[in-house]
Design a protein around this ligand. Structure first.
Ligand code: URA
Ligand code: SF4
Length: 260
């Protein structure tokens, strides 16, 4: 069956990727589609937006991208961008990754995480037994900061409502914040990623419907590429495994257990 061949190919790809990038010691998980996000109806009088169907979510994200973000001039980053980078993936994803901002490759293509750091993020996602299409990937700012500098606080503030609305539409079960800007911005803290990573946090009530979403901060893939040590890779993998467990995804088997 086609599906079987697909699964096999994916498993094989995961094997190579996991060994390669997460430092070995683990076999990737089998592919398990993420569970549907269960959201209860908002309490009477609450302002939380009503739950939308996947088609409605897709349409709302598309409208936000095409009618607002692509033409946005709210901060200075619009002057130097080639493309805005809205983000991509499953509009109803249970799992959302939030990075910092587009780099050169993302600016050139309009797609998030497609450069070197993106390759590593893709491998991290595949090591979890998922694909990029199963999750949603976006950034704090939608336009590239020149020279890949960290986005400035006023730029993050200008772009903030787009991210908030993306999260309100998707309403994921888990957010993985990659590196300091997204971790500190979304958790409203000055504590650094080195102290926060690996520990479950709750999203503050940034907007109706968002309070209490589970957040797992971890290192940014660009940092992992710069500090490519077993220690750093092991920490990221351990953070991702905690996310898998939380989402009910099968944990990756230890290599030794299968005699490899
Ligand atoms: N780094 C990020 O933070 N985001 C991207 O989209 C690419 C690299
Ligand atoms: Fe608008 Fe965000 Fe781009 Fe600034 S970074 S111009 S706020 S889309």
């Amino acid at each position: 069956m086609n599906e079987d061949a697909d699964q096999l190919a994916r498993a094989a790809r995961q094997l190579i990727d996991t060994d390669d990038l997460l430092g070995g010691g683990f076999l990737p998980a089998e592919h398990h589609p993420l569970p549907e996000v269960q959201t209860s109806a908002p309490a009477a009088g609450a302002e939380a937006p009503a739950e939308m169907t996947p088609a409605q979510k897709a349409a709302m994200l598309k409208a936000l991208d095409e009618e607002e973000v692509r033409t946005c001039t709210l901060c200075g980053l619009h002057c130097t961008r080639t493309h805005t980078v809205f983000g991509e993936g499953d509009p109803s994803a249970a799992l959302v990754f939030v990075g910092e901002g587009p780099g050169a490759d993302e600016d050139a293509t309009g797609r998030p995480f497609v450069g070197r750091a993106g390759e590593l993020l893709t491998k991290m996602i595949e090591a979890m037994g998922l694909t990029r299409q199963d999750v949603f990937i976006c950034n704090m700012v939608k336009c590239r900061p020149p020279g890949n500098r960290t986005p400035a606080p006023d730029e993050i503030a200008a772009c903030w409502s787009y991210l908030i609305r993306q999260l309100q539409i998707i309403r994921p079960k888990v957010l993985v914040t990659l590196g300091n800007p997204s971790t500190q911005g979304l958790l409203n803290t000055r504590v650094g990623i080195t102290r926060l990573r690996g520990q479950w946090q709750k999203l503050p009530e940034l907007a109706p419907g968002l309070g209490g979403i589970d957040v797992m901060p971890t290192f940014h893939p660009s940092y992992v590429l710069r500090q490519y040590t077993p220690d750093v890779r092991g920490k990221v993998w351990s953070d991702l495994q905690a996310v898998m467990k939380h989402l009910g995804l099968a944990p990756a088997a230890r290599k030794g257990a299968t005699g490899r």
